[in-house]
Design a protein around this ligand. Structure first.
Ligand SMILES: Nc1ncnc2c1ncn2[C@@H]1O[C@H](COP(=O)(O)OP(=O)(O)OP(=O)(O)O)[C@@H](O)[C@H]1O
Length: 262
C-alpha cells in the first residue's frame, strides 16, 4: 500500500498582479503515485506545478516536500535548490542538445547530478554505463543511442528528456502535457513509461488528452478557476456534474471524450 505522503500543498494561492491564478488549492501526493491534474484552459494547472517547483512563489499557503532529506518548505527555497532536493520539472518543449547523440545527452544529464566530479572524470565507469544502459532501455531508445538527438521523432525527444531527468534522480517528476503532439502509439508508450517510472518515483502530469488520462490514471485532480473542483478516480470525476459543466462551458471536445465512456 503506497500511502506515505511525499508532497503536501495546503491552501496555496498564487497571484499575478492581484489576479489569483491559483486559489486555496490543496494537493496531497502519496509516494509512488501517478497523479493527473486536469481542468479547462486557464484553470491554474501549470501555475500549480510552478508553485511546486519554485518557479513562482505562492502569496499564501504551504508546499511541503517530504523527501529523502526530510521535510522541506518548498516556498522558502530557490528553484534550483528544489530541483537538487528532488523535484524535477519537465516543460512542454523538450530541452535536449540536438547536435549531440542520445547517449551524449544522457551523459550530460548524469554529470549535472554529480557536479564537480563529472568535470574531473574523463570517461564513465562501469556503474555509470550500466545506469545509462538501463535508462536507455526504459525510455526505449537503446537502438538509437548513437543517433543525433535532433533526428529523433517528437515522441522520442520527449522520452529522451524524461530519461535525462531520471538520471538526476528526482523523487517527484512534474510533467506538463507530455503527450501533446504525439502519435497514438507514442502516447500509449508514454503511458507505459510513466507506469514504470512510478515503481520508484512519484509523478504529476498536467494533461488535456482525456483518453490518455482515462487509460493511465488511477487518481485525478480537477482544477477550475484556480481552485480544486474534484478529486478521485477517473470514474468518479467523469460522473461529477460540476466537472461536466465546466468542460461543457469551455472545452466541448474534451467533455465529449470524457462523457462518452462514462
Ligand atoms: N505570469 C503570468 N502573469 C499573469 N497571468 C498569468 C501568468 N501565468 C498564468 N497566468 C494566468 O493564470 C491563469 C492560469 O494559468 P495556467 O497556465 O496555470 O492555467 P492552465 O490550467 O495550465 O491552462 P492551460 O491548460 O491553458 O495551459 C490564466 O488565466 C493565465 O492567463
Amino acid at each position: 500500500m503506497k500511502s506515505t505522503s511525499i508532497l503536501s500543498c495546503q491552501k496555496v494561492t498564487v497571484s499575478f498582479d492581484g489576479f489569483k491564478a491559483v486559489q486555496d488549492m490543496s494537493l496531497e501526493l502519496a509516494a509512488g503515485e501517478l497523479r493527473f491534474l486536469i481542468g479547462p484552459n486557464g484553470a491554474g494547472k501549470t501555475t500549480m506545478l510552478d508553485a511546486i517547483c519554485g518557479k513562482v512563489k505562492p502569496a499564501a499557503g504551504s508546499v511541503s516536500f517530504h523527501g529523502r532529506k526530510g521535510t522541506v518548505d518548498v516556498t522558502r527555497r530557490k528553484e534550483h535548490e528544489i530541483a537538487q532536493l528532488g523535484i524535477g520539472r519537465k516543460f512542454q518543449t523538450p530541452s535536449i542538445f540536438s547536435g549531440l547523440t542520445v547517449e551524449e545527452n544522457l551523459e550530460i544529464a548524469m554529470s549535472q547530478n554529480r557536479g564537480v566530479w563529472a568535470t574531473l572524470r574523463a570517461s564513465m565507469n562501469k556503474t555509470d554505463q550500466e545506469r545509462m544502459d538501463a535508462e536507455l532501455e526504459l525510455i526505449g531508445l537503446g537502438d538509437k543511442k548513437r543517433l543525433r538527438a535532433g533526428l529523433l521523432s517528437h515522441g522520442e525527444k520527449q522520452w529522451l528528456e524524461i530519461g535525462m531527468m531520471l538520471l538526476q534522480e528526482p523523487e517527484i517528476l512534474l510533467l506538463d502535457e507530455p503527450v501533446a503532439g504525439m502519435t497514438d502509439k507514442e502516447t500509449d508508450k508514454t503511458g507505459e513509461l510513466l507506469q514504470q517510472i512510478v515503481l520508484k518515483r512519484t509523478v504529476v502530469v498536467v494533461e488535456h488528452d482525456m483518453e490518455f488520462v482515462r487509460n493511465f490514471a488511477s487518481k485525478v485532480t480537477v482544477m477550475h478557476e484556480g481552485r480544486l473542483l474534484k478529486e478521485g478516480s477517473m470514474d468518479e470525476v467523469q460522473r461529477d456534474d460540476r466537472v461536466a459543466e465546466v468542460y461543457l462551458g469551455q472545452k466541448r471536445r474534451d467533455y465529449d471524450v470524457v462523457s462518452s465512456s462514462a
